[in-house]
Design a protein around this ligand. Structure first.
Ligand code: HEM
Length: 165
């Protein structure tokens, strides 16, 4: 259980860190480079999703299945765990359609000469990446606070002695 928890925290940290770096790379692409440089840098964004985010995302989902099947947490027993499943599922269209799909349509736009850069072209992509970061920050808070968990009752003296033994 402790090892699963360590692996889970390491996996989601890599997922979160990679998404934050992709966000910075997206800002560089849309605000700091020429269209020619954009065509070199922008394809790195889907590449990073595929090589860095996808493996840890799959690993995290596997851990979720292990938590659901083999631990006391279950799939729907706790509302915060269920909410994590819903939010994780929400991340998929946010990455696939909102970020990677949208980026390819901007690359096409450059090829037909209509690229302006900045928020005009990158607004939706940056919004989707901010949404991914916000959802993950929310999930980190949710996981640490575990809302709805019954508070520990004050233990009686015999119970306290039992715990020490
Ligand atoms: C497939 C969805 C997921 C499920 C079912 C799931 C389930 C769980 C469970 C049951 C725990 C409690 C472990 C324990 O206290 O022993 C946990 C811990 C944690 N989860 Fe997830 N998780 C999922 C995805 C995520 C994601 C995407 C993030 C971050 C963005 C995340 C962040 C964390 C953190 C930071 C902890 C540690 C909390 C602590 O040690 O107090 N989880 N997760």
């Amino acid at each position: 259980m402790k090892w699963l928890r360590i692996l889970h925290i390491v996996s989601v940290s890599i997922w979160f860190g990679a998404t934050a770096c992709i966000g910075v790379l997206t800002i560089i692409c849309f605000f700091h480079v020429s269209p020619d440089e954009f065509l070199i840098l922008a394809p790195l964004i889907p590449e990073l999703y595929q090589k860095a985010v996808l493996p840890v995302a799959v690993l995290t989902i596997l851990q979720g299945i292990i938590y659901g099947s083999f631990t006391k947490w279950g799939f729907f027993k706790h509302r915060w765990v269920l909410l994590k499943w819903i939010l994780t599922a929400l991340m998929i269209p946010c990455v696939g359609l909102g970020t990677i799909g949208q980026l390819f349509s901007v690359i096409n736009k450059i090829n037909i000469g209509g690229f302006t850069g900045g928020f005009a072209d990158g607004g939706l992509i940056l919004l989707c990446i901010s949404l991914q970061i916000s959802i993950m920050l929310f999930m980190i808070g949710l996981s640490v606070l575990k809302p709805g968990k019954p508070k520990h009752h004050r233990l009686t003296s015999p119970q306290r002695i039992n715990m020490l033994l």
